[in-house]
Design a protein. Structure first.
Length: 319
């Protein structure tokens, strides 16, 4: 029997591709409308495309736009990736790569380039603010795509290729490639849309490089925050004498499940049990209040967990 596709599966699939499209728009918007007008720079395929676009003669920049160059760079990297590490790229990654190029060209062609810049021109340190806002928009776009199973390609593919030959963490590879792009931006002559000229190795060129490092940090933080924002939970470990009464109290008053874990005091060598509770962060203070009322002398640790899946939390099919 063939696999049946339900209407729910179709709707879920459509929703995923709509969200990935939205994510690529956020990425293009942040880059073109915020980062570049402020004289900023970033890493990845978009950063490399910006470098190449800046050194091309004027006769070619109209055709080889940043969006088109992003597509060309990703296609080259995809071909190399397939040749070296095999086909490990899903259809969603291909869709994101194509849609990123489309969104770059749409934003560049149909949106006023100085729209956001003019809105913030009278704000102190508006260039820095623009870079932060743009990086947050790019990070949001990347996170939304990741959560739907997509990827923006670019330096991710470079990391896969390098890991084929040497065991190097993805983070280090991405950092090294991004740093190379940012250092290369020091030697560019760039004319911004507001008429400002950035000369090679000038103070503005160094400022652009620093903006780039800020952008990388903000993008990383935004991706982590968005991906874990709706999954942030706490794991509470409670050590007390009457652990059974504590577990019953949590189940009845706090309406949460509890797990008893074997434990032993290092000094007393007395066997006991620790009560472990996993809850949403917003429920942590309530549970701690109940624990204090039950046993004021209880020893408690609270730790953050990235995501919790199962009954009462996120469904496993969201992975």
């Amino acid at each position: 029997m063939g696999m049946k596709i339900s209407s729910r599966d179709i709707l879920v699939g459509v929703k995923e591709y709509i969200l990935m499209t939205f994510g690529m728009f956020c990425y293009a918007f942040g880059w073109l409308m915020c980062v570049l007008p402020a004289g900023g720079m970033g890493g990845g395929a978009a950063g490399l495309a910006t470098l190449i676009n800046a050194i091309l003669p004027d006769s070619l920049t109209g055709f080889l736009t940043i969006g088109t160059l992003v597509l060309i760079i990703n296609i080259i990297l995809l071909i190399l990736g397939v040749m070296i590490v095999g086909w490990k790229f899903g259809i969603k990654t291909l869709y994101c790569i194509l849609m990123m190029s489309v969104m770059f060209n749409l934003v560049e062609s149909y949106m006023p380039p100085m729209l956001v810049y003019d809105m913030m021109a009278k704000v102190d340190a508006h260039n820095l603010l623009l870079v932060v806002v743009g990086a947050a928009s790019c990070g949001l776009g990347i996170a939304v795509s990741f959560m739907q199973g997509g990827s923006t390609g670019g330096t991710d593919i470079v990391a896969m290729i390098i890991n084929k030959f040497r065991t190097v963490s993805y983070g280090k590879v991405l950092l090294m490639t991004d740093c190379g792009i940012l250092i290369g931006s020091l030697f560019l002559t760039t004319v911004l849309d507001n008429g400002t000229v950035i000369e090679p190795l000038s103070d503005l060129a160094f400022a652009r490089m620093i903006y780039g490092f800020i952008m990388i940090a903000v993008i990383g933080y935004t991706v982590d925050f968005v991906q874990s924002g709706n999954q942030q939970s706490n794991q509470i470990m409670i050590f007390c004498k009457d652990y059974e009464a504590m577990a019953n109290m949590i189940m009845t008053k706090a309406n949460r499940g509890a797990t008893l874990i074997d434990a032993m005091g290092s000094y007393s060598k007395t066997p006991s049990k620790a009560v472990m509770v996993v809850c949403r962060k917003r429920d942590t203070s309530t549970i701690l209040k109940f624990v204090r009322e039950e046993d004021p002398n209880a020893f408690i640790t609270v730790g953050s967990v990235m995501g919790v899946y199962g009954q009462g939390f996120d469904a496993l099919n969201k992975l």
